[in-house]
Design a protein around this ligand. Structure first.
Ligand code: NAD
Length: 450
């Protein structure tokens, strides 16, 4: 692959202006939708081979989300593309104002392995809707899914419009060396930093969808049974390899033991008595990731799980108690099926503890008290989250999804994706019927001042 040849081809195609046409974009989205449906079986098999994702998980968290994002974009595309009329101040009497959404041009999307289909295609939908050409680099750690993605895209779109480039770090770095009109990156914080630096070299605008340690708070007045069910689901889905999974729990000391008992029950209900033998349980992506996670099992006291199968790269859904901030498991994003539990007595101190760490990508709080819900929202800065649930905010096209500070920059989903890949061009249309003289310097007075 020669990056500059591909980039030049895409630039030339973008200059034909074809991608700016409403019908062209709509048709492209329809073609993408048809291709996803056509390749559904290949995708299910690839996701099984790469991560042992069950059909239910693969459909509900990858394919289904993409199909509904495409439907949403197709339904609203015409309205999104219209220049948005805005007010004009009295001082600009006689003129009108509008904000035009124009495509940036040629965009680069780099995606991770944990939801290897969804996290590659969701930004692509926004880029197409906004009228861009796209080069997409999926993760090298999920090769079967990346291969299906490449086939699906190459048989649907010409290379000068949308192309998939496969490869690892070197390919990614070669791509990042080129001058793009927009870069959309999903992945880890350290690589996000590399991407931001590469983008800065060319003054390229960038979206960074990163990670971090997302707290989950269970207050003393929470509905413990429901909280346990929703936390177990959000944490152990995809074996915890979810950027917005609850990373660690903060449980009020007065309900800790009751809650842990409910959590244990919820985990059993979801994965059975012997999760290592559950055929529907997702594997860890690689041996390297498995070893890193297995080392965390030495932290704290194992309350649930703790067993592993290195041969099949599986780790039981695990809950660790007696954990301290100084332990390795609390020092970095876990990104696996291990849930450390901290306890707190005073809300204020606990929130201070969270605020002393980098802004999380997500935060979840379980409480029936609206005052406490509000206090948590006001005091902690985080990307997005839920009150009395986990992960669910991610799937609403009306909620822009993204991080803040260390957990990312910018957001997408629904109209947010269209806006992310569009430059907002503000235009004032002036009247020529008359002219207001006060704007011009009075030559006579100006001369007097000299
Ligand atoms: P990663 O940063 O290692 O890799 C992401 C992509 O960057 C891959 O395509 C990879 O090939 C490329 N890459 C890796 N190293 C590179 C380098 N040195 N230079 C240039 N490119 C490089 O991330 P990952 O392990 O694939 O994914 C896990 C991370 O992603 C976690 O931190 C997780 O929280 C985060 N994540 C965030 C979101 C989100 O939406 N915010 C979603 C999923 C995952």
């Amino acid at each position: 692959m020669d990056v500059s040849i591909l980039l030049n081809k895409q630039r030339a195609f973008f200059r034909t202006e074809k991608t700016k046409d409403y019908h062209f974009r709509l048709e492209a989205l329809e073609k993408l939708r048809a291709a996803v449906i056509r390749h559904e079986e290949d995708l299910l098999q690839a996701l099984k081979a790469d991560l042992n994702k069950s059909e239910f998980d693969a459909y509900s968290t990858e394919i289904g989300i993409i199909l509904s994002e495409i439907r949403f974009a197709m339904k609203h595309l015409r309205a999104w593309m219209k220049p948005a009329k805005v007010k004009t101040p009295l001082t600009h009497f006689g003129s009108k104002s509008a904000v035009y959404s124009e495509p940036y041009g040629v965009s680069l999307i780099i995606s991770p392995w944990n939801f290897p289909f969804q996290l590659a295609v969701a930004p692509l939908i926004g880029a197409i809707a906004a009228g861009n050409c796209v080069v997409l680099k999926p993760s090298e750690l999920t090769p079967r899914t990346s291969e299906v993605l490449e086939n699906l895209i190459s048989e649907t779109f010409p290379e000068p419009y949308v192309a998939v480039v496969q490869g690892g770090v070197e390919v990614s770095q070669e791509l990042l060396g080129a001058k793009w009109d927009y870069i959309f990156f999903t992945g880890s914080v350290p690589v996000g930093r590399i991407v931001a630096q590469a983008a800065a070299n060319h003054m390229t605008p960038v979206t960074l969808e990163l990670g971090g340690k997302s707290p989950c708070i269970v207050h003393e007045d929470a509905n413990l049974g429901l909280a346990a069910k929703r936390i177990a689901w959000g944490k152990f889905m995809n074996a915890g390899q979810t950027c917005i999974a609850p990373d660690y729990l903060y449980v009020h000391e007065s309900v800790k033991m009751d809650f842990l008992a409910q959590l244990q029950k919820a985990i059993r209900n979801l994965y059975g008595e012997m999760p290592l033998e559950n055929e529907l349980y997702t594997h860890i992506v690689s041996e390297k990731h498995f070893r890193r996670l297995a080392s965390f099992l030495e932290n704290g006291v194992t309350y649930v799980g703790g067993k592993t199968d290195p041969g099949r790269l599986v780790i039981e859904p695990t809950v660790l108690t007696e954990v301290r901030w100084e332990d390795p498991v609390m020092k970095e994003e876990i990104f696996g099926p291990i849930l450390p539990v901290l306890e707190y007595r005073y809300l204020s101190e606990m929130l201070e503890g969270i605020r002393n760490h980098p802004n999380p990508l997500a935060l979840y709080v379980f409480t029936e008290n609206p005052g406490i819900q509000q206090e948590v929202m006001n005091r902690v800065s985080f990307g997005g989250g839920c009150i009395n649930d986990t992960l669910y905010h991610f799937t609403s096209p009306y909620l822009p999804f993204g991080g803040v500070g260390n957990s990312g920059l910018g957001s997408y989903h629904g109209k947010g994706s269209f806006d992310t890949f569009s430059h907002k061009k503000s235009v004032l249309k002036q009247t020529t019927l008359y002219d207001i003289p006060v704007r011009y310097p009075n030559t006579k007075n100006a001369l007097k001042m000299i």
